[in-house]
Design a protein around this ligand. Structure first.
Ligand SMILES: Cc1ncc(COP(=O)(O)O)c(C=O)c1O
Ligand SMILES: NCCCC(=O)O
Length: 673
């Protein structure tokens, strides 16, 4: 395992160092005047936000921290205990508290010292900032915490909150002290501001390439509780102090999917407007099933769906749709062909067949075609015709037959081809099926055409690339996931249906407690009954807000930029020593699939040994990437192909230098395998 590079700092939740150092220096000045020893805080980069935090300060800092621990320990041990907070500076942490075990090592004590120092410094800083009067600093230091009113009324009588100069001690506060509790407003504002600080610190670090993409730990390590990060649920309430620490740790041990060097999934990036939209959505905390409780969101959804249908090419954006995850299009297709299935079940339908290509999201095992897994129309029609007669399972190797596969191998009756899934941007290869040709076959045989544009639908926003989805306007239904290529925060999935009213007919149950027909407004805006589920999350707002902030042109620019970067990668490696492309030809999407061949395998002749050894290379490199936290990229086998890397780009933060970094990192980690 190659050594990981030393990191300048993986202190994702550190306070802005400048202010912390200033504060700390204030403490150092004060304490040294009191003839206390104290570490010189200079030279402690990455000093963490020490709210009784047990977090790990990265190796580089840990060694520095430890060299100064004896001094810090002396300070922590000698700090007087006259303050009234429950965890007064100098108190040994309560060993029974959930997260804080009794300090046992020098390192632990230095953490305690940090925590105490920070509390002291916050009190002093608050005082100094407020009074700017250095003389009285010693008096204020140990006063009880006086919750000041930080709420004021502006000219319109609106209550405004002013961030307190001194920090709130949340160790004695609990959820019950927050709104709607009586007098809970100030604590609520202070608590939420702490949370915002955690989130904004995380956002800043996400785009900082000197931080890790992840701080990997195995499941058993996290389950055991990293530095006291206890995932077990508690019978008794935890203090807000603990809740804040848990928030920080949850982010600390997660994966930064917005990091410029996170390439692992089709969904990546951290769009700030989308994030704000998600924050607002959670704050609004409403349900999409009726207009009466989501009037604005329901209208936003309807306008956005119409815009998307126009982009698909349906005249005047006519048709239907809904923001909802899941595979409703199959249900709608079946309902269209056999509506009695809704009330009588599958007995009301013959054996139905669904067709899709090997590389669709429902991928099936099959010898991969050098064309990248596209449906070859001539074969599709043959198979459709064949399927209308008796056909045995082994003859279906070319197409995936999902849905109602016959219960016995030798079905006595023909099958009814009902549904064809054409993939616009396959998950691994990024391949686009020839939709127009497939549409001809579906039209000829009266078969429902669904276009799975979950990954490729975003290319419709680009005048340069939308031709790859030529024929999509002939589809009966379309899947399009803005949370993939368009960078909208997860979850944001759309299903569009050409025939208006079909979703409602297929799914509606007219629940009387929700969809009363005698409301005072036009109840056609109660769209919940179109969905297969009842409660439905507001997925629209973050997307609508992003669209407003970028404009249609902004999405086009993003899509074109990502495709440019994938072309850059393709041309960089296609003739590079040690690389082999999985399929020939420029990528149709941002998917670039390749093997990295370490020097030890380059002279091996093709054959079973080479395949078996090559199969292990990508997983080993990936494991090292994760241990080092430097980057993440997906790998997988596909049909008869051994593990290969699948590089995808959807994060607007990615630059060509990140592509260069990825290649260098693969070579650094793989060259000695
Ligand atoms: C082509 C394609 N279709 C459908 C899906 C399912 O998307 P989701 O799981 O986000 O609904 C994926 C996911 O990667 C996909 O790549
Ligand atoms: N729907 C699954 C996502 C697959 C991927 O991100 O690679």
């Amino acid at each position: 395992m190659r050594a990981c590079p030393t990191w300048k700092g993986f202190a994702p939740l550190a306070l802005p160092l400048k202010s912390l150092r200033e504060r700390a220096r204030g403490v150092v000045t004060l304490l040294s005047e009191q003839h206390w020893c104290c570490a010189e805080f200079r030279g402690l980069p990455g000093v963490r936000h020490a709210r009784r935090q047990r977090g790990i300060v990265p190796e580089g800092q840990c060694s520095e921290l430890r060299t100064q621990t004896p001094v810090l320990t002396a300070m922590a041990a000698s700090i007087p205990t006259t303050t009234t907070t429950s965890s007064s500076p100098g108190d040994a942490p309560d060993p029974n508290s959930t997260n804080l075990r009794a300090p046992s090592s020098n390192y632990d004590w230095s953490e305690v010292a940090h925590g105490c120092t920070r509390k002291l410094s916050m009190k002093i800083c608050g005082f100094l900032q407020k009074n700017n009067n250095v003389e009285d600093k010693t008096r204020i230091l140990f006063n009880e915490q006086q919750p000041k009113s930080f709420l004021s009324r502006d000219n319109e009588g609106e209550t405004r909150f002013r961030r307190p100069e001194t920090e709130t001690d949340f160790s004695n506060l609990y959820a019950r002290d927050l709104l709607p509790a009586k007098n809970g407003e100030e604590y609520t504002m202070q608590f939420l501001l702490e949370v915002v600080e955690i989130l904004t610190s995380y956002v800043r670090k996400t785009f900082d390439r000197s931080t890790k993409v992840l701080d990997f730990h195995h499941p058993h390590q996290l389950l055991e509780g990293m530095e006291g990060f206890n995932l077990e649920l508690s019978d008794q309430p935890e203090s807000l102090e603990q809740i804040l620490v848990d928030c920080r740790d949850t982010l600390k041990y997660g994966v930064r999917t917005g990091h410029p060097r996170f390439f692992n999934q089709l969904s990546s990036g951290l769009d700030i407007i989308g994030l704000a939209g998600e924050w607002l959505t959670s704050t609004a905390n409403t349900n999409m099933f009726t207009y009466e409780i989501a009037p604005v969101f329901v209208l936003m959804e309807q306008l956005t769906l119409k815009k998307m249908r126009e982009i698909v090419g349906w005249p005047n954006g006519e048709g239907d749709g809904i923001f909802s995850p899941g595979r409703q299009h199959v249900m709608v297709a079946r309902y269209k062909h056999y509506p009695e299935v809704k009330t009588k079940g599958m007995a009301a339908a013959p054996r139905l067949l669904l067709f899709t290509s090997e590389h669709s999201h429902y991928s099936i095992k099959k010898a991969s075609a050098v064309l990248g897994g596209r449906v070859i129309p001539a074969d599709l029609e043959n198979k459709v015709i064949e399927a209308k007669q008796k056909v045995s399972l082994e003859e279906r190797h070319w197409f995936h037959l999902a849905g109602c596969v016959p219960k016995t191998e030798s079905a006595s009756q023909g099958f009814v081809p009902m549904f064809v899934n054409a993939t616009a941007g396959s998950t691994v290869y990024g391949a686009f099926d020839p939709i127009d040709e497939i549409a001809d076959i579906c039209q000829k045989h009266g078969i429902w055409l669904h276009v799975d544009g979950a990954w490729g639908g975003g290319l419709l926003m680009s005048r340069k690339h939308r031709h790859k989805l030529r024929g999509i306007d002939r589809a009966n239904s379309v899947t399009w996931n803005p949370h993939k290529m368009m960078g909208v925060p997860l979850q944001c999935s759309v299903i569009l249906v050409r025939e208006k009213g079909l979703l409602q007919s297929c799914n509606s149950m007219c629940a009387g407690y929700l969809f009363q027909p005698d409301k005072q407004y036009d109840v056609t805006y109660d769209t919940g009954d179109k969905a297969i589920q009842c409660g439905r999350h507001v997925d629209i707002f973050k997307f609508w807000l992003m669209w407003k902030s970028k404009g249609t042109v902004g999405f086009e620019k993003h899509i074109d930029r990502c495709l440019e970067l994938s072309e850059y990668l393709y041309h960089k490696i296609k003739n590079r020593e040690g690389y082999e492309m999985v399929f020939q030809g420029e990528p149709q999407h941002t998917n670039v699939c390749f093997w990295y061949i370490p020097p030890s395998l380059r002279l091996l002749p093709d054959g079973e040994e080479r395949k078996q050894r090559l199969h292990k290379i990508a997983p080993k490199i990936k494991a090292q990437m994760m241990e080092c936290g430097t980057t993440m990229v997906g790998y997988q086998p596909q049909a008869d192909k051994v593990n290969f890397f699948r590089m995808v780009i959807s994060n607007p933060a990615v630059t060509s230098s990140d592509i260069d970094f990825l290649i260098d990192e693969i070579e650094r980690l793989g060259q000695e395998l």
